[in-house]
Design a protein around this ligand. Sequence first.
Ligand code: CP
Length: 304
Amino acid sequence: MNFKGRDVISVRDFSKSDLIYILKIAKEMEKEKPKLLDGKILAALFFEPSTRTRLSFESAMFRLGGKVLGFSDEKVTSVKKGETVWDTIKMAERYSDVIVIRSPVEGSARLAAEAASIPVINGGDGANQHPTQMLLDLYTIQKTKKKIEGLKIGFLGDLKYGRTVHSLAIALSFWKVEMCFIAPDALQMPEHYIKELREKGIKCHKTSDVFEVSPKLDILYVTRIQQERFPDPLEYEKYKNAYRLDITLLDHIKKELKIMHPLPRVGEINAELDDTEHAIYFEQAANGVAVRKALLALVLGKEK
Ligand code: CP
């Protein structure tokens, strides 16, 4: 399988065999390979705040012997003086070998890929897609549950604007799984995603009551209500405390249930759950390094 030169913009860029292959390379990347990307440079262009995506891409590049340049705030770039993102990409491609871009604007990663002649990886574009998060989520599920087929997965929180949920649900639909979407009506999974999933034969269930479905779930994928995505601040105020999971959740779940979260969290999972056997969200974030090492090596043609 040859990924050399490929962009990673959307879950729709991948076939099931692509996903399985990347997960296999990610497992190999748990080993040290300190010289694999010697001489290669990653441009990390973050127009929107990030902790995990930016730092794990940087860590991945450093651990493979590569170097990183970039910015984590648009305010320190010439975009602030009126330069376009297109021109910014035209510059970054001349200074680096691969670009990762995060932006609040949907479609910006696709635009960057059109501008650049080097591989572009989407580190999250608005409420649209977060394909590298999807890969690390799949990797975490596979690693923890030893399978994906047959699992019952609940998605909880802001499913309307949640790009991680959008990417992961579509990726999971390559396998025969069951999905429950748990959210207030106003933040439910967009209907076009549900339609697409059902057309692929995925059993989908919608509810606002987590305890209605939690006893049968294998994975509960929790997300934050994202203040920055709400056009109306009053709407955010209405929903920000919609879910507050605490230790009482344990009375309503299977022993084997694992709780995932792309993080950051802002109160939807009480820290008292962190030390239970169910919480795997920090391990999930840690898996981002191996997965991003795999992607960088693949698009730079250093793994086949
Ligand atoms: N999961 C995730 O994308 O986290 P950051 O916003 O911190 O990168």
